[in-house]
Ligand binder design. Structure first.
Ligand code: FEO
Length: 388
């Protein structure tokens, strides 16, 4: 993709990765992604904001082929999808300085072995003049790593936010015109990247609340020409009301846990709750994460395998535990043949959750009337807590 002008003197220079299917060797990318890089040309100095994932360095260098002098490369974030091309850029423009936070400088030296004399570190709120344009650096930690900052172009009122407000979405749309699609992609991204740090994300939202913004330009996904939409969505995800919904991930080997899942799902729906079931043998973990962002409860179903939870259920518990969703309550149910420590193991894997753990239901063999009654009680307790 060739450079695209956003406003006079400011260009999108990034690349679109239509084919990437996994991020961090963990997160499915059903719609690919983009690595957005932005060129800001002032009357005296020129700055590039963020670079691209190393496999695409040639494409970005080609986009910059007409740029004779590059003074600054702003590294909002040290992760390699934005910083990994810096060695090539510093070689191509030997006069350029990497502009970043002190913490980012240390990480870039550790990760990329960049020369120590190629940095210009900035403080929170510091400005950098490009002549008739001014960059202001706003520290926004933990969007996604601790060193992250955002860069504000004062004259045009553009916030370059890197991962903050981003979405993994490959599209030819420069702007977020298809809001429903963007909303889901951004929610998936928030859940996978930001949710564990939501308290700090909330502080970052507070920090930028009075900033006049015409555009938010993230480093993944389309540009927001109505910044208020994504800011409001973030506010909702961080601290808005939870939905009266239950996330129901399950795995079943011979049908017992599946029968229990069906019964619990029906019992929850009968009590007015929305339920999101996920068969863990085929589920997209990203969809599970989206549902967790504003769900009130989790009910995790598993058979007992080799004296413990099924590995897919254990994996789901590890993921939920790492992402720390705002769940009010959680429950474990499932089946066993002769014994084991399924409940104890899953409970320990969910130790980070603030959610109240309800009485588990573990049935022996095929579920019978007592098991179904116990699941009805579980549904009643979940509904009671969620419906207040
Ligand atoms: Fe897009 Fe945290 O890197």
């Amino acid at each position: 993709m060739k450079p695209r002008e956003i406003v006079s003197g400011v260009k999108w220079m990034g690349v679109i990765d239509w084919h990437r299917q996994l991020f961090d060797a963990l997160i499915p990318l059903p719609d690919g992604t983009s690595y957005n890089s932005y060129l800001v040309e002032g009357s005296e100095k020129t700055a590039l904001i963020d670079t691209v994932d190393p496999p695409f360095v040639g494409e970005l260098l080609e986009n910059l082929s007409g740029v004779k002098k590059l003074d600054y490369i702003v590294a909002n974030h040290a992760e390699q999808d934005h910083s990994g091309s810096l060695p090539e850029f510093l070689a191509r423009w030997p006069e350029a300085k990497v502009v970043c936070s002190e913490k980012c400088r240390g990480m870039l030296i550790d990760l990329l072995a960049l020369p120590e004399d190629r940095f210009l570190t900035v403080a929170d709120g510091e400005t950098l003049s490009l002549g008739d344009r001014t960059l202001r650096f706003i520290f926004t930690p933990w969007v996604h790593w601790p060193e992250t900052i955002s860069t504000y172009l004062e004259e045009e009122k553009i916030l370059f936010s890197c991962d903050f407000f981003g979405s993994h979405l490959a599209t030819t749309d420069l702007y977020a015109t298809d809001w429903c699609r963007i909303h889901e992609a951004a929610k998936r991204y928030y859940g996978e990247i930001m949710m564990p740090f939501r308290m700090i994300i909330g502080k970052n939202l507070e920090k930028i609340k009075d900033l006049e913004m015409e555009l938010i330009c993230p480093s993944h996904g389309p540009i927001y020409d109505r910044p208020e939409l994504i800011v409001k969505a973030y506010r909702d995800w961080v601290s808005g009301p939870l939905k009266k919904s239950v996330v129901l991930p399950f795995v079943s080997m011979h049908g017992s846990t599946a029968k229990m899942t069906d019964h619990l799902l029906t019992a929850l729906v009968e009590r007015g709750l929305s339920v999101h079931p996920f068969d863990l043998t085929v589920a997209d973990p990203g969809k599970l994460v989206i549902a967790l962002v504003d769900a009130s409860a989790l009910a995790l179903g598993t058979p007992t395998v080799l004296a413990g939870p099924h590995p897919l259920a254990a994996n789901a518990a590890v993921l939920v535990n790492a992402l720390k969703p705002r769940l009010e309550c959680a429950a474990i149910f499932g089946s066993y043949g002769w014994g084991g420590k399924t409940v104890e193991t899953l409970t320990s894997l969910l130790a980070n959750l603030k959610a109240e753990m309800l009485e588990p239901v573990l049935g022996k063999g095929l579920p019978g009337p007592e098991d179904f009654s116990a699941l009805d009680r579980m549904a009643e307790e979940l509904a009671g807590r969620i419906n207040g």
